[in-house]
Every structure is written in structure tokens, then in C-alpha cells.
Design a protein around this ligand. Structure first.
Ligand SMILES: C[S@@+](CC[C@H](N)C(=O)[O-])C[C@H]1O[C@@H](n2cnc3c(N)ncnc32)[C@H](O)[C@@H]1O
Length: 214
């Protein structure tokens, strides 16, 4: 079922370039990691996917968690349109997408959870603290924020990730946060933070924070 869910998401895009990109993303965040991240998502309630891109992961989790309502937000209108069309093709009514700038996100209700998968390093560093503070406001007590990003250490893994980021997202902001600094920031805005170790055979300095709002 989970493997099929990935295949269905990839098949929901017509463009072979996007399919290839999606395949690559599902290789980086492969089944084991999707399970590791997914275990922290609630089965019900609204879940924000900040910087949703083409919607890959919300479309995947929306299939597995039919009682949850995924809301994706991304700056790139083309990506949002493709995510919306893919949700329609997959018959998923629990995944909706909107164009928006995470840097200007304002808490809009009480959400069960939110996640950001490889987004924090793509937004200007000075906008990260206010975004995290807004997300803390937006998540209901007992809810969670999941942040998957990349650490600055070890250096060879950072260089590897930088090369890929420059290739895949030319011209975009790239600012990697040392994991300790990002954790401190998450704690400062009020989250109780637990670091889940993501151990990869590939040279990615993954860092995954599970942030609880008490
Ligand atoms: C590396 S991609 C990750 C996309 C998706 N989370 C995933 O894991 O496949 C980074 C995404 O962040 C989006 N992005 C960059 N700056 C943003 C901003 N200020 N607000 C919202 N989205 C932004 C880009 O358009 C892009 O889709």
C-alpha cells in the first residue's frame, strides 16, 4: 500500500522531468524515512505542508491518512497548480494547495500539525524565527511541528547537499542552519523539541526535529 501510494503520486504528473524529480525526492526521502516522519503525523485534523512544492509528500500522506486534511502552501504558482491537479487525478479531497509566501505566514486557526520538509534552508534566515513563532501559534496544544532539514556538519555532506541544491534550485536562497542553532530557535518560540536521528547511507546531513506544543 505504501509503495503503491508513492507510485500513484509519481504517475499523477505528466511531465517526465517532474516525474524524474519526484522519483529523486522519493529516493532521498524513501519509504523508511517517510515512515519515520509519518509516525509523528496525527490521523485526524488539519496538517500544514509549508513549502509543499509539487505536493509529493502531502499527496502520499493524504492517501495513508484519509481522515486528515492536508493544506499545502508554496511560493511557486506552477508547483501549486501541479499539486492541485495531481490531487484531483488521485481523487484526493483531503489535500488542497495554495500559493503563498511562508515568510509572510500568519497563524490561521488551530491545526493538528504542520511540517516543513527541506524548506527552512530555502527561506531567508531572518524570516525563520517569525515563521516558527507563527507556526507555534497556529498549532493546537498537543499538536506537533515536524522540521526536516539539513545540518551544516559533517562538511563533506553539506557540500554534497549544496551541489544538489544549486543544481535543483538555482537562484534560490540557500542557508543551512547548524542543527543546534535551529533546535534552540524552535525551543525559544515555545516548542518542546525532540531530535529524531535520521541515519542515511547516502551523504545527506539530514536533521529531523519533532516539536511538541504543550
Ligand atoms: C527543496 S523544495 C522542497 C519541496 C517539498 N517540501 C519537498 O520536500 O519535495 C523547496 C520548496 O520551497 C519552496 N519555497 C521557497 N521559498 C518559499 C517561501 N518563501 N514560501 C513558500 N515556499 C517557498 C519552493 O518553491 C520549493 O517548492
Amino acid at each position: 500500500m505504501r509503495r503503491e501510494a508513492i507510485a500513484r503520486v509519481i504517475a499523477a504528473y505528466d511531465d517526465p522531468v517532474i516525474r524524474a524529480y519526484s522519483w529523486g525526492r522519493f529516493l532521498i526521502l524513501r519509504q523508511r524515512f517517510l515512515d519515520e516522519i509519518g509516525q509523528y503525523l496525527p490521523a485526524e485534523g488539519t496538517i500544514l505542508d509549508i513549502g509543499c512544492g509539487f505536493g509529493l509528500f502531502s499527496l502520499y500522506y493524504a492517501q495513508l491518512l484519509p481522515a486528515a486534511a492536508f493544506r499545502g502552501l508554496d511560493l511557486n504558482a506552477r508547483r501549486v497548480a501541479l499539486a492541485t491537479e495531481a490531487a484531483r487525478r488521485l481523487g484526493l479531497t483531503n489535500a488542497v494547495y495554495a500559493v503563498g509566501d511562508a515568510c509572510h505566514y500568519r497563524a490561521d486557526g488551530e491545526h493538528a500539525a504542520a511540517y516543513m520538509l527541506d524548506i527552512v534552508h530555502h527561506i531567508p534566515p531572518e524570516t525563520v524565527p517569525p515563521l516558527l513563532a507563527e507556526l507555534h501559534k497556529a498549532i493546537r496544544p498537543g499538536g506537533r511541528l515536524i522540521v526536516k532539514d539539513v545540518d551544516t556538519q559533517p562538511a563533506y555532506k553539506r557540500w554534497f547537499t549544496l551541489a544538489l541544491d544549486l543544481l535543483m534550485s538555482p537562484g534560490s536562497v540557500i542557508h543551512y542552519w547548524p542543527a543546534g542553532e535551529l533546535q534552540t530557535l524552535l525551543q525559544r518560540v515555545g516548542f518542546r523539541v525532540y531530535r529524531h536521528l535520521m541515519v542515511d547511507v547516502l551523504p545527506y546531513p539530514h536533521v529531523l526535529f519533532v516539536c511538541h506544543k504543550d
